[in-house]
Design a binder for this molecule. Structure first.
Ligand SMILES: Nc1ncnc2c1ncn2[C@@H]1O[C@H](COP(=O)(O)OP(=O)(O)OP(=O)(O)O)[C@@H](O)[C@H]1O
Length: 308
């Protein structure tokens, strides 16, 4: 697949002297959902803001659909819709006026049918004449998305799209993002909610202290970096791990009634067969077992911790 966004050697030092981004290279593929994960202050908003032309880069280049964001700003910006974290200024406008205005800002021809379709897709049609200030928080977020989509962008940035929204609205937003992707829109979202990245993303980039430390397909990230655990529920609790089992990666859990074996599922030899043989020889019997793959959250915490 060809990249729709190419970022090369991107760096940003703010006027305070703070270096928020350090030589970031990243390609976003056409039609994917890309999640950018990172702790507070990692540089997510700075990165998005540069691509959207809100913040000037200190070094490096960015192209969107082949257009350089500096030398060919208008063409690059026209391809992008941005759903910011912050809410509105146009409280006294109606939903319809606000969304139509956003379209006009990009010099697009008036197209009432398109605005109508966008509002309908976002379940905002009934609210088209309502003033924005009368809407609930969830509805306001939908309006932000409608405004970002009003000029028919090919790339949509969502900065923390579901921060502070309830579970139901979060699910609605996820469904909506998927629907948008089906129409060929490329989606880049930043999120603190690992669950969101796990649920939504095709690929995940992890940013920490201004550097992209990992970019992987979600499934690869989970198998490559994830570890598996084998939990054995013991017939008799143990007070300590028998010395004959010291060669295995074991821990005692659940007050001695469980043995937890951690292994790398990618390796040819997981060591499970040897472990089971040694357990039998040590007279340790179990009544049940289960395996668990580490979650994206555990992987993320490990990655970011290593970086500190
Ligand atoms: N205009 C600015 N001037 C100086 N420093 C800034 C400016 N904007 C952001 N920073 C700093 O740059 C760093 C990265 O900020 P950024 O907003 O990009 O992080 P983030 O990953 O989006 O974090 P969050 O999830 O908290 O929004 C932070 O330490 C922030 O304080």
């Amino acid at each position: 697949m060809s990249p729709i966004i190419s970022i090369t050697g991107l760096a940003k030092t703010y006027a305070t002297g703070f270096q928020a981004l350090k030589s970031v290279d990243l390609e976003i593929e056409k039609g994917e959902i890309f999640a950018l994960l990172g702790p507070n202050g990692a540089g997510k908003t700075t990165l998005i803001s540069i691509v959207c032309g809100i913040v000037m880069p200190s070094e490096g280049t960015v192209t969107v659909g082949g257009h350089d964001i500096q030398s060919d700003f208008r063409a690059a910006r026209e391809m992008i819709g941005l759903v910011p974290q912050e809410l509105f200024t146009d409280h006294f406008e109606s939903v319809w006026a606000s969304v139509s205005y956003s379209r006009g800002l990009f010099g697009k021809k008036r197209d009432d049918a398109f605005v109508e379709k966008t509002l309908k897709d976002l379940s905002l049609w009934d609210k088209r004449d309502s003033k924005i200030l009368t809407l609930s928080g969830g509805m306001k977020r939908r309006v932000l998305i409608a405004k970002a989509l009003a000029h028919e962008p090919r790339v949509l940035f969502l900065d923390e799209p579901t921060a502070g929204v309830d579970v139901e609205l979060r699910r609605d937003m996820w469904a909506l993002v998927r629907k948008l992707r089906e129409t060929g829109v490329t989606i880049i979202l930043t999120t603190h909610y690992i669950e969101e990245a796990e649920e939504m993303a095709d690929r995940i980039g992890v940013i920490s202290k201004g550097e992209i430390i990992v970019v992987e397909k979600k499934a690869d990230l989970m198998t490559k970096l994830g570890r598996k655990e084998l939990r054995l529920a013991l017939q008799e609790p143990l007070s300590e791990i028998p010395t004959s089992l010291a060669g295995h990666q074991l821990e005692l859990g659940a007050e001695g009634s469980e043995l937890v074996y951690t292994y790398d599922a990618q390796r040819d030899r997981t060591g499970i067969t040897g472990l089971l043989t040694d357990l039998a020889a040590a007279g340790v019997h179990f009544r049940d077992l289960q395996t668990k793959q580490s979650s994206l959250e555990e992987i993320f915490v490990d990655l970011v911790k290593d970086k500190r």
